[in-house]
Structures are given as C-alpha cells and as structure tokens.
Design a binder for this molecule. Structure first.
Ligand code: GLC
Length: 645
C-alpha cells in the first residue's frame, strides 16, 4: 500500500466527520502522514549535521505553498483522492501537441476542444508554453520561467480559461516541469553570470577544467552532433558550466537543498495553473556524481520521491509522469522501488514497448518484442504507462543487447539494420525517416520521422502505389490499436490521427535546421480535417478507424490498467497476442500480424478464445471464422476478440 492509498483513506474518513471540507485540517493530516518520510528523504540527500536549517526552511515553506493553492483545486484534489487511481481508467485517451503548430495559440486550441471530443481524446499534453530564449530553445525545453505563459501562446488568463473549460468537459491537462535544467536566460542563470555566488551555487559551475575533465571521463553525450561535451565556458563568469543537453540549458545543482526548496515552489506554481499531470522532463539526469554516467542514480530517485511526498501533501490530486527514456529495467524504477515502491511517479512513458514495436515493424517479427516484455519486472499496481508510438522526440533503440543475442541475432548488426531500414539506407524499405545524432565514436544513432512516413505512407503516396498505401494505413491503425489496448494511457501524437507526413519546413529555419526532430513536429492540417466527413481520403480512413477503436476501448473495462496483461505464445514469429483479462470473463484478446503477407495461427494458441467461445472481433463486429483449426490474418491485421459464449 503506497502513501497515496493512505491519503485516499483519510480523504474518505474526513467526510464522515464534517460536512464542509476543512482544507487546513486535511492538509495537517496529510503532512502528519508524510512528514517522517519527507524528513528521511531530505536528510538522506542533505545530511542532517549540515542541513538542519534547510529542512526548517522547507517546513516553513510548506504551509505557505498550500495557502497559495486555489480552493477550487483543493476541492478537486479531494475528489481525485476519492476516485483513486483515475489515471488507470480505460476512459482516458491522450493527445500530445505543440500549441502553435496545432492552432496558433491557446485561444485557437480552446476553439478546437470539439475536435478532441470528436476523436474521443480527453487528456491533452501541451508542449512547453513557458517563456524561452529567442532563437534556439529546444522547442521550449529551455525555460525562462516555470509558470508564466510565453506571449506567443497567449496570456495566463487564456491558459486559466482553457483549463477551466477542460475541467468542465472532464478533460485532463498535462504540462512539463523541466526539472533538470533552466535556460541560460533564467533569472538564476543571469544572477550567476553577474557574479552572485548564491546563484552560482544553483548550477554546476567550475573554476577550471579539472572537474569537467574528470566528469567527461564517464558522462555520455546526449546531443553529440550539435552540443558535444557536457560543459560550456561562460565568458561573463570566466567559468565552466555543466550543460548536459544543449549549451543553453544549464543543469541545476540539486545537491544544494535551496535548489530543491525553490524548485518545489516553482512546481506548485505550475500545478496551481490547473495541471492534472506534471511531466517531469529528463528526470533521470537530475543528480550528478563524479565517476558515473550521472543518469538513474539512486539519489535522483530519492529526490523525485521527495518532490512526490511534498506534492502529495500540497496538491494530492496532481500526479507525475516520468520522462525517463532509459533502459527497460531503469524505467520501471521511476515508479519507485524498495521502500519507495509506488511512491515516486504514478505514470511513466512505455518507451520500451514503443521501441520494440518499431523493431517488430522493421523485422516483421515479434521475437525481440516477446523476449523483452517477458523479462520486464512487473510495475507496482498503483501505477500506469503512457503507451505511444510517436512523440516529438527521436526513437531510441533502448532495448537490451543481451536480449538481441539471446534470440540469436548480432546486436550491433541488428541495430545497424534498424537505422538503415528507417533512415533510407535500404532500397526496399518503405520507411522515410532520418538519422538523429549519429555518433561515429559509438555507432549509436536514433531515428526521426512521422509515424506515417516511417510506416511507409509518404513513399507509397510518392509512388502512387495503392497496394502500398493500404499497407501503410493498416500499419498505422494496427500500431495505434496496440497502444490503445495495451494497458495505460494511450497518447496519440497530434497529426498521426490523420496520417500526417514528415514536415520539411524546419530546414529553412536556421534555429531548427540542425535538429531533425522537427521533421516530425508538423502543423495540424485543418484543411484535411475540414474534409473528413465529406471525402474519403487516407486522412479520413485513419481518423475514423482510430475514432472507432477509441470508442470500443471506452466501452470495455478490461482495457483499464489493472496490471491485467497476459502475453500468449503465438507460435508464429510474425504475430503478437496478448490478453487483457477481466474478472467476469469479459476480457479482450488482442492479435496483430506484423508481416506484410497473410499469416495463420492455430486455434489452440488462442486459449479460451477458441471456436468454442464463438469469438467476435470487436473491431469488425463480426464472428471469427476458423478454417481447419486455423485463424488467418491479413497483412497488418488487428483483432480485438471477445468471447460470446
Ligand atoms: C526531454 C524532451 C526533449 C528535450 C530534452 C531536454 O527529453 O522530451 O525534447 O530535448 O528533454 O529538455
């Protein structure tokens, strides 16, 4: 039982005693419940002998922060607690978008809430809308403020109106908290540059190259092509600054407790805008230690849990998403492990599934996918995934080499094949993607491109090849059908619901052209959307197929995440089968064919969903036909089977 479960219990208990909600009494109760944990976590990062004062500072700031939370949100917090793990619901379907690329600004977005409703989307991730430096700013991931709205998107008033409207429509909002770094224009960075020692202590700043050189021995490079190394020389200070991502993104120094306390204040100001899920950006990098990779360190987990335990007292309705695009066994730890189990982030990106799905598309085989998923530790029952196929970032091949070896493939050659397949180095490949940050020193590279272009639609349209167009569309639908049924919040990347192709306009923008991730950050095509109901195009085919899948998802409780996922051995290397079982035998069996030709599977592999259960495919609405004890699947066909007997 995690801390959130205790808070849920207390929220119910309080209702019995009083009619009107006494927010302060509830706050006191929550603080009492978490205080020992907060103290232990704090002193394990910042030893008591040296940091007792800082802890007192934290204790003084907590009630002040609580006071700032609007009462409407305090009430929402209580309701969320009572609802329990709302984020595991089958009712949630998400979309991620850039506000300016979607429909100009926040007002424009508000005008399009009906579009989300039409598709069935009720959870929206807005990419950063906070102020950022002019010129290069990593799409807003270089922040000048944590809670103001950049004028290009509108005003804070616009945002508050939007969040209120979304709440009225029962929609959820996710925003980023770029916890690892600020921009070099952030007020603290400016004060540091002006020579203020206090603020130089907020970053990792060094007099000379001794420590940077020592760090570089083990620190990997995140953007080796555009931002090699992990330090930049700052001329104003005549000192070196740690910049793990881009050179204009300064890493915060969390070994200084003042940074933690100030960032908690920033986090609360963000939460108070009416955010339901806070996306903790690049959280794996938050703690640095000489002689290590400075990723996924135990201290980073302690720190995130400390944020979690404080936020649970202040704003218990707000949950965390871990943006940890790291090795499969490391991702799972962001849910909290050991004594912190389920007390860290409630949600994490299922980057493992995402990468494996792209592997299965390229190889037309599901062997590596099975191998990896079988070996994943189970996540805590109070947590869930965000399942996705594309987002604004590149696709990293973040699965384990030893699993590739285990299935008899050469890991290095296999990774090379995947890069070649997606990045146009193989003639027969239908994919049209690009290499991102290829590092000749290590041979590592990542992949960019829109889902539709990577799945072959762009080339097929260029070739005007109807057969290939159909295959690409089927792949797009099947891939979404998996993330919509896998267990967790499905997150559709805006544009993918209408098969948007790569966008090459970034090449003529000097601030973007070095970063090929912009190829898959397209503008929403409202002209195509205007014709969805009147013309049969690939846009409408994909849109209505996804709308249909979303509708079915919401009608079946089995799709809620209760850790109810069972992999079936398909006995066919091209097929993936998993069941989403449910208590009263109302489970769903998902079957997908990753091959470009038809495949058959033996009825026996379907377990209790065989002929005697007279199974029906929820997607087509038809009963399943078996031939000689076999089920035949068309290329890239997707089944969601239920028993009718
Ligand atoms: C996250 C974001 C990515 C950004 C990086 C640095 O990984 O998703 O777009 O470049 O953090 O903030």
């Amino acid at each position: 039982m995690n801390q959130a479960s205790l808070h849920k219990y207390l929220a119910f208990d309080s209702k019995k005693k009083t009619k009107a909600i006494d927010f302060n009494a509830l706050y006191e109760q929550r603080l009492a419940t978490n205080l020992t944990l907060i103290k232990d976590l704090f002193f394990s990062l910042y030893p008591e002998e040296a940091h007792e004062n800082a802890f007192n500072q934290l204790l003084i700031s907590l009630p002040k922060l609580f006071e700032q939370r609007p009462s409407s949100l305090k009430e929402l917090d209580i309701n969320r607690l009572k609802e329990g793990n709302w984020f595991q619901s089958e009712q949630l379907v998400g979309m991620q978008l850039y506000v300016d690329h979607f429909n100009d600004n926040l007002k424009g977005l508000e005008d399009k809430l009906g579009y989300f409703e039409k598709l069935g989307v009720n959870f929206v991730h807005l990419m950063p809308i906070t102020p950022r430096p002019k010129g290069e700013n990593d799409g807003g991931y270089a922040v000048n403020s944590y809670y103001e709205v950049d004028p290009r998107f509108g005003t804070k008033k616009d945002l508050l109106r939007l969040t209120e409207k979304m709440r009225d429509k029962n929609m959820f909002l996710m925003l980023d908290f770029v916890a690892n770094h600020t921009s070099n224009e952030f007020p603290w960075a400016k004060k540091a540059m002006a020579g203020e020692k206090k603020y130089q202590g907020y970053y990792h700043i060094f007099e000379d190259r001794t420590l940077p050189d020592a760090y570089e021995k083990t620190l990997p490079e995140i953007f080796p092509m555009t931002s090699p190394g992990n330090f930049i020389f700052n001329h104003e200070m005549q000192k070196w600054v740690m910049t793990v991502f881009n050179q204009y993104q300064w890493d915060l120094n969390y070994s200084n407790p003042e940074v933690f306390i100030e960032m908690l204040g920033n986090l609360m100001k963000l939460a108070n805008l009416g955010v339901d899920v806070v996306r903790l950006d690049a959280l794996a990098f938050m703690w640095k230690k000489l002689g290590t990779l400075s990723q996924n360190l135990p201290e980073a987990h302690t720190l995130i849990s400390l944020f979690r335990m404080c936020l649970q007292v202040l704003a218990p309705g707000v949950v965390f998403l871990a943006e940890a695009i790291v090795a499969p066994n490391e991702i799972i730890k962001y849910f909290g492990s050991g004594t912190l189990k389920a007390n860290e982030c409630e949600i994490a990106y299922n980057a493992t599934l995402m990468a494996l799905l792209w592997d299965a598309i390229a190889t037309k085989k599901t062997v590596l996918l099975y191998k990896n998923i079988h070996n994943l530790p189970e996540k805590p029952k109070e947590t869930t995934w965000i399942n996705y196929i594309r987002c604004h970032d590149d696709i990293g091949l973040g699965f384990e080499d030893h699993h590739i070896h285990d299935i008899g493939w050469n890991a290095q050659l296999h990774r090379r094949f995947l890069l070649d397949y997606y990045c146009q180095n193989i003639d027969w490949s239908p994919a049209k993607g690009y290499m991102f940050m290829y590092n000749p020193k290590t041979g590592d590279g990542r992949i960019t491109g829109s889902a539709a272009s990577l799945l072959g639609l762009e080339k097929a349209l260029e070739q005007k090849n109807r057969g290939k167009i159909t295959k690409a569309i089927d792949k797009i639908i099947m891939m979404h059908g998996i993330v919509l049924s896998y267990g967790g919040i499905p997150l559709i990347y805006a544009g993918d619901e209408i098969g948007t192709l790569n966008d090459y306009s970034y090449l003529s923008d000097s601030d973007k052209k070095e970063d090929s991730r912009w190829v898959n950050r397209p503008h929403q095509d409202w002209d195509a959307i205007a014709q969805l109901d009147t013309q049969k195009t690939y846009h409408s085919e994909i849109f209505y197929a996804l709308q249909h899948l979303i509708h079915i998802r919401k009608e079946h409780r089995a799709f809620a995440d209760q850790n109810n996922l069972v992999l079936y051995d398909s006995r066919n290397i091209h097929i993936l089968i998993y069941e989403r079982p449910s208590d009263n035998d109302e489970g769903v069996l998902v079957i997908c064919n990753f091959d470009e030709v038809s495949q058959t599977i033996a009825e026996i592999t379907l377990g209790s969903y065989g002929a005697s259960s007279n199974p029906k495919n929820l997607i087509s609405g038809k009963r399943v036909q078996f031939m000689d004890g076999n089920l035949k699947l068309r290329p890239y066909e997707l089944y969601w089977l239920v028993k009718t007997k």
